[in-house]
Design a protein around this ligand. Sequence first.
Ligand SMILES: Cc1ncc(COP(=O)(O)O)c(C=O)c1O
Length: 317
Amino acid sequence: MVSVRDVFSRPLNPLNVARMDKLTTHQAQDDARNEDILIWVNGTLKPKAQAMVSVYDSGFMLGDGIWEGLRLYDGRWSFLDLHLDRLFEAALAIDLNIGMDRAALRRAIADTQQANGMVSDAHCRLMVTRGLKSRPFQHPALSVSGPTVVILMEHSRPSIRRPIRLATVPHQRGLPMTQDPKLNSHSKLNCILACIAAEKAGADEALMLDVHGFVNTTNACNFFIVRRGEVWTSTGDYCMNGITRGKVIEICRKAGIPVYERNFSLVDTYGADEAFLTGTFGAQTPVGDIDGRKIGTGQMGPVTERILQLYKAMVTA
Ligand SMILES: Cc1ncc(COP(=O)(O)O)c(C=O)c1O
């Protein structure tokens, strides 16, 4: 808390102070070293308090940018190639020239890691926006500076204390012709609105349905259930093509655990034996309660535990 005040030299928002006690799927242990991190901003490593972008930045002004979340385990950024694939695909989709190739991005990530002395248990948010605008309006032609690239790394050990609670919300991650749910866009407002609705309902995170009412995803993670020994997740048509999601499917296939990408409803979900979330930060996070219904025993189930161990082995191999 102090660090936020230090960086921005202003009092904290009382509403958000109350929220700081809430459980999120991105809960991490406090780590004092994060006050002294260096952040890569357009080629220069800057102390946290000086790592700033302009109010004219397309990302700040309009949410016009893309990002990736990466995790360092035992000296290696997990699935870095897949993250770079997704980043470059998103850049192509939004017609943004990152101005760096994969090798340059890899070097910048390695330099930032080295400058911060990180060897494991670090999280990186790699952000690319359309850069500075000449005037405060939407047209991409007004973004005249070239992209803004930021590599922000923190020491980070997830510390989620119990299976989380989900609440179903009216917000959807919808059809590709509105805002494609496969874009890791800077603007997360749709997901933030979903998260706020879940929080108001007393839950930790939102369970979002697809346009047909089938269970889809949460506001920040992919969603799985386990029924009678089978692992089910959504078809993938309306959610983020999560890298952890893909790896969990791969792990299940290799381990002979039946896994299906399919439509399923809240009836199937409330009646599941287990449920869990996937994401780069938390790997696999058990879900204990959805809309006030206990899922299975309300604790992490044996299939989730097995997948979690197999995933751990995969990322530290
Ligand atoms: C909406 C949403 N779903 C799922 C994920 C998880 O994706 P990954 O496993 O690639 O971290 C993310 C993370 O970026 C996300 O924003």
